[in-house]
Design a protein around this ligand. Structure first.
Ligand code: HPA
Length: 256
């Protein structure tokens, strides 16, 4: 079963016909909201808004373990995630949709593993390629099928938030090789890998990162939301195409 995790700007899916809401309890607590079961294009999917229904949970307080565990308990084998970002690379203007292939994790203090030696014995998963190649190819095919463009490469810098970055921090992230910056990409991707769930994210660019281009002297969060509203219409269409495709070729692996 496919699940969609939506982030800032995507707390609901207009094209989802909800059939039931289910409160799920996990050994790690409750997920951000009751899971929404429904159909898109006649196919069953589960939707989960990462920040909760009213976007009330900040990135550093999302219970990522409960979210991923709850989906796993419902038999989810694939997660298509949407995570809003700022563009660091000059080519990644607001309105671009980037599908990162790599991650650099700058977050701290988040519960980032199921294998913490308490619930489960310590385990070191392979995370060389943090996103599932097959799920990335599905996203790409879905976009292609509706004449949408997803930029196929990106290095996602996961920052702690909830504040936006300083200009100097963005310079540092760029020197590290990051091309986009967001606050929720980790530990979500790693937790999905730990449970063998196929996971890939697409990242709508909402703003230029701090100190860059239009954000040279600051980022107005209202502008960020306005940009997102427009891009999310396209994201919803890509999700519709993805679900349709997912029904056609059954994929169930996290392998590369
Ligand atoms: N930085 C971090 N996270 C973000 C940004 C940003 O500039 N824009 C949207 N999410």
């Amino acid at each position: 079963m496919l699940a969609i995790i939506g982030g800032t700007g995507l707390t609901q899916l207009d094209n989802l016909e909800i059939t039931r809401r289910q409160i799920v309890r996990t050994p790690y607590g409750e997920p951000s909201q009751p899971l929404l079961f429904g159909e898109i294009e006649g196919r069953e999917v589960i939707f989960l808004a990462r920040h909760g229904n009213g976007h009330t949970i900040p990135p550093h307080q999302v219970n990522y373990r409960a979210n991923i565990s709850a989906l796993h308990l419902q038999g989810v084998t694939e997660i298509a995630a949407v995570a809003t970002v700022g563009g660091i690379h000059p080519d990644l203007a607001p309105g671009s949709i980037v599908m990162p292939h790599q991650i650099i994790d700058y977050t701290h203090g988040r519960k980032s593993t199921f294998f913490d030696g308490i619930d489960l014995p310590v385990k070191h998963i392979d995370f060389t390629d943090p996103y599932c190649a097959i799920m990335r190819s599905n996203w790409q095919q879905a976009a292609h099928s509706i004449d949408e463009t997803i930029i196929n490469h990106g290095v996602y810098a996961a920052t702690q938030g909830p504040r936006l970055e300083t200009a100097a921090e963005i310079n540092r992230l760029e020197r590290d090789g990051a091309t986009i910056v967001g606050m929720t990409g980790m530990p979500e991707a790693a937790l999905a890998r730990e449970l063998g769930i196929s996971y890939a994210a697409i990242c709508p660019v909402a703003n230029q990162a701090a100190g860059r281009g239009k954000s040279l002297h600051g980022i107005q969060y209202e502008d960020v939301i306005e940009n997102l509203n427009q891009t999310m219409v396209r994201v919803r269409n890509i999700i519709g195409a993805l679900v349709k495709l997912n029904g056609l070729c059954k994929i169930n692996t996290h392998k590369k």
